[in-house]
Design a protein around this ligand. Structure first.
Ligand code: 5GP
Length: 209
């Protein structure tokens, strides 16, 4: 008997401006089995962002209350704001067998890896640094000061890339999305993500000894 396929956690990080947001939306839109977690943050909404779609926008006080109530799987401070992953949604979707995508920065990613050793960690990069700067400026939603901060942060984050399982170069979206999907599908078939199945097989084989 085949066992019911379990959902895995997929952590996606990448420099601000690398295009992860677009990539994730496209992935979830193109395939059935993904659920995208919506984070909680203390930063203000950008023009066009909607409460509950990009983020749950909350006060610092509310954020700290949620931490205290153990309502977050992980959280981190990024460029002076808090960001965290609400626990309830993630657990429910994993139970349903869906693959849950967390689009989070590196400190949070490493915490998730510690707590969930079978999480798959992907790091999205632009083809080069000049392209990153161009994309950040082109977005037109942040001040020059914020852009500078984010570029500085990118160079710090670049230090930790080896902790991830795969890098994804976000050059052409239409190639990137199926590539990412293929990586995730392959990850489902590693022994470490199928321990129960393997154990079962071993037990059944015992009978033939
Ligand atoms: P932005 O302000 O550009 O939306 O996000 C800034 C950074 O925070 C991005 O690298 C984004 O991936 C990360 N981020 C968003 N949500 C979370 C979260 O729940 N936890 C952590 N650790 N980082 C997050």
């Amino acid at each position: 008997m085949m066992m019911k396929r379990k959902g895995i956690l997929i952590v996606v990080s990448g420099f601000s401006g690398a295009g992860k947001g677009t990539l994730m939306k496209q992935l979830v839109h193109s395939y059935d089995n993904y659920a995208l977690s919506v984070s909680m943050t203390t930063r203000g909404p950008r023009p066009g962002e909607e409460e509950g779609r990009e983020y749950f926008f909350v006060s610092r006080e509310k954020f700290e209350e949620t931490i205290a109530a153990d309502g977050l799987i992980e959280y981190a401070c990024y460029c002076e704001n808090y960001y965290g992953t609400p626990r309830g949604y993630v657990e429910k979707q994993l139970e349903k067998g869906r693959d849950v995508i967390l689009e989070i920065e590196i400190q949070g990613a490493l915490k998730v890896k510690e707590k969930f050793p079978t999480a798959l960690l992907l790091f999205v990069m632009p083809p080069n640094a000049a392209e990153l700067r161009r994309r950040l400026m082109g977005r037109g939603t942040e001040s020059m000061e914020v852009i500078e901060k984010r570029l500085k942060r990118a160079s710090e984050e670049a230090e930790g890339i080896e902790e991830y399982d795969y890098i994804i170069i976000n050059d052409r979206l239409e190639e990137c999305v199926p590539q990412m999907h293929a990586l995730i599908q392959a990850a489902h078939d590693t022994p470490s993500r199928n321990l129960e199945f393997i154990e079962n097989m071993r037990r059944e084989l015992e009978a033939y000894k």
